[in-house]
Design a protein around this ligand. Structure first.
Ligand code: NAP
Length: 290
């Protein structure tokens, strides 16, 4: 039996998706604008194909238009940049997402920087990264935005909390730090060179684990009562030969000590898609106001 509150990311994401759908109806009624999201996939990576399908379905379920662009793996960088330029200019496209990772011969940085920052619903363009860091209005990355909503579902005011983020990627760790700073947390970012990670994590009232190492964070690392948000998701095969998904946190151990914890699956994952829809609506609303 776990002590911790299990944070139901699926239910919280469902509520957010309903709110977005209501916002989409309002925008249609007030301005005749239907938000449109273009998702670009280069190559046939099976996991990426699943993500793109999930995103497209969620987009149409929310009443938005979905435009899927599937390009062959051998697509040259200039051809991809030409597609981005076309999407930047289209009035029916308010959000552009290029599914990562891209094939090795394409420089993801060039592609991200080619997206109009106003349509950058992933929040990876340097303009949005800079706006987020300087406290200005920005399209913020989806996964860390979802983590903030999950943490606030158990404690509305995060101000003053010691937050430890494990992982410093541009996709999760760094923007997570900016978002938690904006919530007035005292933020530490840990990474592979951090000394004595366990004792750093033990200080935290809020832990966000975004590492990609199955069950690395042990229950003994968790401060009693802490909020634990597990971003990691990995498929492992257990001793009985069955495969299942696990996070970066040893869930059963941590749930004995934490005040609240997200499960894997059903925690952060569903929030990422819901926040993508929210960003697309935000981008369309900004265009309507312009
Ligand atoms: P990433 O780019 O590989 O970054 C991993 C980070 O973890 C790096 O900063 C790395 O440190 C750090 N790290 C690696 N080993 C460590 C160790 N032993 N101790 C402390 N830190 C360590 O990964 P990511 O894109 O941020 O993703 C992290 C995880 O989240 C993955 O499992 C991914 O699948 C998952 N994810 C889930 C969602 C979702 O929607 N649920 C979205 C995005 C990512 P260095 O910088 O020093 O190398």
């Amino acid at each position: 039996m776990s002590r911790a509150t299990i944070i139901d990311g699926k239910a919280i994401a469902e509520t957010l998706r309903r709110e977005v759908a209501a916002g989409v109806s309002d925008l249609k009624r007030a301005h005749g604008i239907v938000p449109g999201l273009a998702v670009v996939l280069v190559g046939g990576d099976p996991a990426s194909q699943v993500y793109v399908r999930t995103k497209s379905k969620a987009t149409t379920d929310a009443g938005m238009l979905s435009f899927e662009h599937k390009l062959p793996a051998e697509t040259a960088e200039p051809a991809l940049l030409a597609l981005i330029a076309e999407l930047n200019g289209r009035k029916d496209v308010h959000g552009i997402l290029v599914q990562l990772p891209l094939p090795k011969h394409i420089d993801a940085r060039h592609v991200i920087e080619a997206i109009d920052p106003a349509k950058d619903v992933d929040g990876f363009h340097p303009t949005n990264v800079g706006r987020l860091a300087s406290g200005a209005h920005a399209l913020a990355p989806c996964t860390p935005s979802g983590c903030v909503i999950l943490a606030k579902s158990v404690r509305n005011d995060l101000a003053g909390l010691e937050a430890v983020i494990i992982g410093r990627s541009n996709v999760v760790g760094k923007p997570m730090a900016q978002l938690l700073l904006a919530e007035n947390c005292t933020v530490t970012i840990a990474h592979s060179r951090t000394r004595d990670l366990a004792s750093v994590v033990r200080r935290a009232d809020l832990v966000v684990a975004a590492v990609g190492r199955p069950e690395m964070v042990r229950g003994s690392w968790i401060k009693p009562g802490a909020i634990v948000i597990d971003v990691g998701i990995q498929r492992i095969v257990s001793a009985d030969g069955k495969s299942h998904l696990v996070g970066d946190v040893a869930f059963d151990e941590a749930a004995q000590v934490a005040g609240a914890i997200t499960p894997v699956p059903g925690g952060v994952g569903p929030m990422t898609v819901a926040c993508l829809l929210r960003n697309t609506l935000q981008a369309a609303n900004a265009i309507a106001r312009a």
